[in-house]
Structures are given as structure tokens and as C-alpha cells.
Design a protein around this ligand. Sequence first.
Ligand SMILES: Cc1cc2nc3c(=O)[nH]c(=O)nc-3n(C[C@H](O)[C@H](O)[C@H](O)COP(=O)(O)O)c2cc1C
Length: 201
Amino acid sequence: MSGNFASLAKKRRTVYTLGKTLPVSDDAVVETIEEAIRQAPSAFNSQTSRALILLGKEHEKFWELTREQLRKLVPADKFQPTSDKIDGFAAAAGSVLFFEDQDVVKGLQEQFPLYADNFPIWSEHSTGIAQYAVWVALAEIGIGANLQHYNPLVDEDVKATWNVPASWKLRAQLNFGAIPVAHQAPEKGFIEDDARFIVAK
Ligand SMILES: Cc1cc2nc3c(=O)[nH]c(=O)nc-3n(C[C@H](O)[C@H](O)[C@H](O)COP(=O)(O)O)c2cc1C
């Protein structure tokens, strides 16, 4: 693979140490995220993916409410490392919360009973594709990210805080921000191609 996609696919990596000063404006980041999700494919073009895009103080609010939910679960004497991890996420510039609209999924199941069992599965595929699309699109404009899953722990708080429709099911959180100048992504290991691919021709 060579060309734009190959280099972008390599450029997208998990980055945990992220800063607040983005290389582009907030509006440009929002537009990049929205366009990546708009253009992502979905079963029957059902467009089930939804996103809550949080920047600045709203992003920090998300990580604070996550911290408080975790505090209820993690024993007090073991909480410091958890809290430190949350500090790291809050130090980033923003987060994209990915949802799938269950009303749309149910509507499809009613409309196409033959595929009823498949629509929830395809909805999960769609969110994964949307997440990857956003992650790569952010990498393209020099923004780093890491993917988190604090759902369902934070679902109720998120719905109440940002007035998210009841039918939106939270699937993942992509935390994003500035990549430190000295950042070096760790070498990535790959399984043997023989174990992964079968090519017949
Ligand atoms: C479906 C999925 C779930 C993941 N969940 C988490 C997660 O909860 N927390 C986390 O830090 N990284 C998570 N990751 C990131 C992976 O650990 C990471 O993508 C992998 O180690 C490869 O590294 P790379 O992103 O630098 O290529 C997830 C990635 C995928 C695709």
C-alpha cells in the first residue's frame, strides 16, 4: 500500500499524552469530525451513528463525571492511579462520544423483518467504521487521539448533562488533543500474515 491512505493509516496511532493547543481552530476540528461521520458507510445507508463533540470545559466536565462514577466503584486505597489516568484524559483538548441511535435500528428491524437480527450487528459495525474514520481524519490534521470505553458507567450522566436523546446508545469515547513535539509512537507488533490472510487467485 502506498499513497495517501497508506500513510494516513500508519499515522493514526493511539496517543495518550495529549495537550490542549490544537493545530487548527475548534470549528475546523468539529467540521473534520462531522464530515468523517457523514461520509462513513452504514447498512442500507441507515446513518445510525451519532456524536457528541465536547471541547474545552465541556470535555473536562465529561472526564470529571467519569472520575466520580469510577470513585464509586474503585476502592479508595486503589483510586489514585485511576484518578491519574482521568487527569491524563482531561488534559486533552476534546472528546468525541460515539452513539448509535436505537430508534433507527428498531425502525429498520420493523421495516425489514428478514434482516431483523442483523441490524444491531450492522449498527455495531457502523460505529466502528465511524470511529476509525474520525480517528484517521484527526490524524490527517495532526491531532492525536485514544479510544476509551467508559460506557455504560457514564451513560446516564452524559444523557442528563448534554440532553442527549434517550434512543442514543453510547458506544465509545475518542479523546483527542495536541501531540507533544517529542512524541514517539511505540513500535507496533504485527501477527504473521499467514495467520491473518488467505489469498486465493
Ligand atoms: C474496538 C477497540 C477498542 C479499544 N478499546 C480501548 C480502550 O478501552 N482503552 C484504550 O486505551 N485503548 C483502546 N483501544 C486502542 C487499542 O489498544 C489500540 O488501537 C491498539 O493497541 C493498537 O495501537 P494503535 O492504535 O497505536 O495502532 C481500542 C481499540 C479498538 C479498535
